[in-house]
Every structure is written in structure tokens, then in C-alpha cells.
Design a protein around this ligand. Structure first.
Ligand code: ACO
Length: 326
């Protein structure tokens, strides 16, 4: 079986900042409430002319550049998103924008776990020797589907994209993983299709609806995350035969600072090993893990050889963890 290494990372966010103060002009909330409950201060939102394809392509290009390869070297592009520009699939538009002529490209959806699920999926193609060079992108523009009149959800989310290049490598740096789903809890967090029935000929109706909006039971999602995330990380560490005290960086899906703190505490991982950029970007769904990873790589925090425990969790419900060396 082939070894696997992550050889580059990249990220991109839209230009417009939305502060807590700005939100308080729109809904009954305050910087104090949002900061103390979530750790979020700012988020980025895509405006006119900014597409998922554009920011995902930008993130992908940076990862390709850092890996020192060219887009035409790519065999596969996996796009994790819940907010595509095209429901038929968005990855092929990114393939075209990158000029990655050799690559097959497709979308994968697992909400805030999407990047982690895509990373593990990419790894299977590399392990088996099918593909050698894969671009994995996590990108979401949740501002498209947030109810901007619902203060319980609109303060949490932001837009962004992050990417990594994964390559076949002699030394295997992907040491273990574990993925989970529980559809019985789907109602906790949804971006569900809302049918609206139209009679197209007498006595025959079809659904002509749309998707709207994000609905969430915050307390249930919080409980789920704090219980299940430490368990799945421990499972992945077990597969990797590594104990939690050897972890250099804990990279959790950036949902809420209180979730990050509680998970780290349960795993006995000290706060200075927990990466967080919630204050600047909020919850960027599938983008959050590669976004915070890329920032830490580019600032020199994460160094070659560092051991990373990553975990994504969110709607589905879905959750998972991967253990890898940088
Ligand atoms: N501003 C001011 N007040 C608010 C706001 C707001 N933005 N939102 C809710 N409130 C009010 C509520 O109405 C409630 O008032 P009431 O007591 O008069 O009814 C009060 O604040 C407390 O509300 P709670 O929901 O109990 O607040 P809680 O402390 O549970 O925090 C939060 C809410 C931050 C959403 C928390 O439950 C949480 O973080 N849950 C996890 C959510 C999450 O991370 N989701 C995404 C993860 S998965 C994924 O990424 C897709």
C-alpha cells in the first residue's frame, strides 16, 4: 500500500468583514453575547461577483503552489461543500478554472465534516495506487443559506475556502482515521429542501421548491460535539497507535470556542496546542479545518514533522478524525 503525505495547503476568504457590532444593527444581539458564548468577533461574507468557484480555486492554487506541482499534475480534485454554485456539481468548474486537464473532479457533501471526509476519501485512492496527486478543497458560502433574521444562527457562520494537496509518498504520514454518521439526529442541524407543489398537468403535482434556511438546535449540537468528538479522536489515535500526549496540534472544526475548549480538556490536550481562528472567521463549515491549518502552516506555527489530530463534526450528523504528520 502506498504512503500518503500532505504536501501543501492554501486558503482564501471573501473581502467583506461582518463584525459583531454590524450584526447588532441587524438583529437583537451584542458583541458581548456573541464573544462570550462563541469566541467569534468577525466573519467574512461573499458579496456581488464572489462565487464558491472563485474562492475555492484561489485556495486550491495556493495549495498547488506550496506543494510545488502544477495543476496539470493533478489526478483528482475533491470538493467538499454544502453550498455549490451548481447543484449538479461544482468541482468540474474548479477543474476548468485551474486548467487541471488530467484530473477527474467531483463534489462530496458532509457539512462541517466535509473536508475531513474528503481527505479520507482521497487517501483511499492514493493508498490503492489509483491516483498519485489529489487536491482536496473544503469551501462553503453559508451566508447564502443563513436566515439573517434569526439571531440564534446568523451570528455563528462565515464564508471561506481551504485546500490541501495530498500525494503518494514513500513515508506514510497519514497515520489513522475514523469516520461516523448518525442520521437519526439529522433534525438537530439542517439546510433542508422545502418542497412547494405545482400541478403541472391535471392531477399530477411535482415539487418546485428551494433550500432554505439553516435551522439548528444549538444545545443538542453542543452536547453532541462535546461528547462525540473526543471519542472519535481517541479512536483515530488508537488506529494510529499514538497517545494524545504526543499530539502537537489539535485542529477541530471551528464551530465555537467553548466546544474547542471542552474537547481539548477531555483529551487532556493543553490550550496552547489547540488552533483557533474563530475570532476572525466564525464557523466556515467545510472550509474551517484547512483554513486554520493553512494559517498555522504559513505563520510557521506548524513545522514539518509535527503531529496533528484533526476532527470535523456537524450536520448529518457526521463526525470524524484523522491523525497525520505535517
Ligand atoms: N444574541 C443575543 N441573545 C441570543 C442570541 C444572540 N445572537 N442567540 C440566542 N440568544 C438568546 C436566546 O434567545 C436565549 O434567550 P432566552 O433565555 O430568553 O430564551 C439566550 O440567549 C440563551 O440561549 P441559548 O441557546 O441557551 O444559548 P447557549 O448558551 O446555548 O448558546 C449557542 C447558544 C452559542 C448556539 C450554543 O448552543 C452553541 O454553541 N451550540 C453549538 C452550535 C454550533 O456550534 N453549531 C454548529 C456546529 S456544527 C456545524 O458547524 C454545522
Amino acid at each position: 500500500h502506498m504512503g500518503i503525505a500532505i504536501t501543501g495547503s492554501g486558503s482564501a476568504t471573501p473581502g467583506a468583514k461582518l463584525t459583531n457590532q454590524g450584526l447588532s444593527e441587524r438583529v437583537e444581539t451584542s458583541d458581548e453575547w456573541i464573544s462570550t458564548r462563541t469566541g467569534i468577533k468577525n466573519r467574512r461574507v461573499a458579496g456581488e461577483g464572489e462565487s464558491l468557484t472563485a474562492i475555492a480555486t484561489q485556495a486550491g492554487l495556493k495549495a498547488i503552489e506550496q506543494a510545488g506541482i502544477s495543476p496539470t499534475d493533478l489526478d483528482l480534485i475533491l470538493l467538499a461543500t454544502s453550498t455549490p454554485d451548481d447543484l449538479f456539481g461544482n468541482a468540474s468548474q474548479i477543474q476548468a478554472a485551474l486548467g487541471a486537464h488530467q484530473a477527474v473532479a467531483f463534489d462530496l457533501t458532509a457539512a462541517c465534516s466535509g473536508f475531513l471526509f474528503a481527505l479520507v476519501t482521497a487517501a483511499q485512492y492514493i493508498r490503492t495506487g489509483t491516483y498519485q496527486k489529489v487536491l482536496v478543497i473544503g469551501a462553503d458560502l453559508l451566508s447564502r443559506w443563513v436566515n439573517w433574521s434569526d439571531r440564534t444562527t446568523c451570528v455563528l457562520f462565515g464564508d471561506g475556502a481551504g485546500a490541501v494537496v495530498m500525494e503518494a509518498n514513500r513515508e506514510d504520514r497519514l497515520l489513522g482515521f475514523e469516520l461516523k454518521s448518525d442520521g437519526t439526529q439529522n433534525h438537530c442541524l439542517q439546510l433542508a429542501y422545502q418542497p412547494k407543489y405545482e400541478e403541472i398537468i391535471p392531477n399530477l403535482s411535482v415539487a418546485q421548491g428551494t433550500y432554505q434556511f439553516i435551522t439548528m438546535n444549538g444545545k443538542e449540537v453542543y452536547r453532541f460535539a462535546v461528547q462525540k468528538v473526543p471519542e472519535v479522536i481517541e479512536k483515530a489515535l488508537f488506529h494510529a497507535q499514538i497517545s494524545s500526549d504526543r499530539v502537537d496540534w489539535l485542529i477541530l472544526h471551528q464551530a465555537n470556542q467553548r466546544i474547542l475548549d471542552a474537547v481539548a480538556k477531555r483529551l487532556n490536550i493543553p490550550p496552547d496546542k489547540v488552533l483557533s481562528n474563530l475570532a476572525n472567521y466564525g464557523n466556515t463549515s467545510a472550509a474551517s479545518i484547512p483554513l486554520v491549518l493553512d494559517e498555522a502552516v504559513r505563520s510557521g506555527k506548524i513545522k514539518p514533522g509535527d503531529l496533528i489530530a484533526a476532527s470535523g463534526f456537524g450536520a448529518g450528523l457526521t463526525w470524524g478524525s484523522a491523525i497525520f504528520r505535517w
